[in-house]
Ligand binder design. Structure first.
Ligand SMILES: Cc1cc2nc3c(=O)[nH]c(=O)nc-3n(C[C@H](O)[C@H](O)[C@H](O)COP(=O)(O)OP(=O)(O)OC[C@H]3O[C@@H](n4cnc5c(N)ncnc54)[C@H](O)[C@@H]3O)c2cc1C
Length: 343
């Protein structure tokens, strides 16, 4: 039986994990990742990489919960393995704090995290700014290590990587049978989807190896996340802001705000700064689409719009996207142009 040719656009955490799930779980297909940028130049490389399910509630909570559970289980199994530090994965415990208690005192994801509980008064004393908080253990995934590992695993499964920009999905017609669109913020131009917009995030990477616990505010505007090789300090959430350069005013504000929560940061050594555009959409887009032009058609699976939670949901959404590819295959094989394009 001829192989079905699948192109995955995007080599961030969503594209690579989706390509891997297709290559490892869908029989008789070849997978090619096409991307303008690969690691370490994607938004995913800028992320703190903490599994923290904060996405717009307009994406149904049962789907968010399933994606988060699947991602947590996948990263958990890596964290338990001997290769964890090479893959950039670790367990991370800490506090999420609120100036005012949130509406939902127990979030939908609390039972997926490890050791989730509401903070007690003696813990709250550490943070005079807070009146309420949670403590839990989550997982963290340093994408500057994790993405190269996904690439290696994908190549081992027979996948190919190709550098290139796709300006129109119809460019791929005839060369591939199914296109999986994991282009992050690039989806705005590629699919003319005006529902996706950037939320700019700027971070510092610092050397502060004495910090072992994370601190984040409930709205995600201030965070200190100790990682395997550095501590990530953030951040900004600037909606509609496309600037990719480091803003010195943001740098100063981020550092001052983080020091207010973790005063020992005044002793840290600064390593680098970065900016990324969170691909944000009210509803994450994970669905099939059939594009038609005259007698021609392209089968597309969209998987983008993960906002500030792409690492958190990547494996769950990748598994679901691979399932959609599997569902399309019988239709692809029965298309008259399938046989002619193979001749
Ligand atoms: C400061 C910051 C901190 C964050 N922290 C966290 C965190 O702690 N936890 C968490 O879960 N998430 C976090 N995020 C969010 C996370 O980074 C994103 O949700 C995630 O990176 C999205 O992944 P992606 O693969 O969809 O997009 P990207 O990583 O942006 O990848 C998109 C890919 O598509 C390619 N592409 C785009 N258009 C085209 C085209 N036309 N042709 C070819 N290729 C194309 C790009 O080159 C790239 O390879 C953070 C984000 C920022 C900015």
């Amino acid at each position: 039986m001829d192989e079905v040719r699948v192109a995955v656009i995007g080599a961030g955490v969503v594209g690579l994990s989706t390509a891997l799930c297709v290559a490892e779980t869908v029989p008789n297909c070849s997978v090619t990742v096409i991307a303008e940028e690969f690691s370490p130049h994607t938004t995913s490389d800028v992320a703190a990489g903490v599994l923290s399910p904060h996405l717009s509630p307009e994406t149904p909570i049962d789907r968010q919960r399933r994606w988060f559970k699947d991602t947590f289980a996948h990263i958990y199994s890596i964290a338990q393995s001997a290769e964890a530090p090479d893959v950039g994965v670790q367990f991370l415990s800490g506090w999420e704090i609120f100036e005012e208690p949130p509406k939902e005192r127990i979030p939908f994801w609390s039972d997926v995290m490890l050791a989730f509980r509401v903070m007690n008064n003696s813990e709250l004393k550490r943070f005079p700014q807070a009146t309420f908080g949670w403590m839990y253990t989550t997982l963290q995934c340093d994408c500057t290590l994790y993405l190269p590992w996904l690439e290696k695993r994908l190549k081992k499964a027979g996948g190919r990587l190709q550098v290139g920009k796709v300006t129109d999905l119809w460019e791929l017609d005839g060369k591939y049978d199914i296109v999986v669109n994991c282009s992050g913020i690039g989806a705005r131009a590629l699919t003319e989807d005006m529902q996706i917009y950037p939320v700019r995030g700027q971070v510092h990477k610092v050397h502060a190896p004495w910090l072992k616990h994370f601190v984040r505010t409930g709205d995600g505007t201030i965070y200190v996340y100790p990682g395997i090789n550095s501590v990530t300090l953030g951040g900004t959430r600037q909606r509609g802001d496309w600037r990719m350069s480091v803003d010195p005013f943001d740098s100063k504000t981020i550092f001052e705000k983080c020091c207010a929560y973790e005063p020992s940061l005044k002793l840290c050594r600064k390593l680098s700064e970065g900016v990324g555009l969170r691909p944000t959409r009210d509803v994450l887009r994970l669905e099939k689409e059939k594009l038609k032009r005259g007698s021609r058609q392209i089968f597309v699976v969209h998987n983008y719009g993960h906002g500030g939670a792409g690492v958190t949901f990547h494996w769950g959404t990748a598994k679901e996207a691979a399932q959609l590819v599997k569902e399309i295959i019988p239709e692809v094989r029965h298309r008259p142009s399938y046989t002619t394009s193979k001749l």
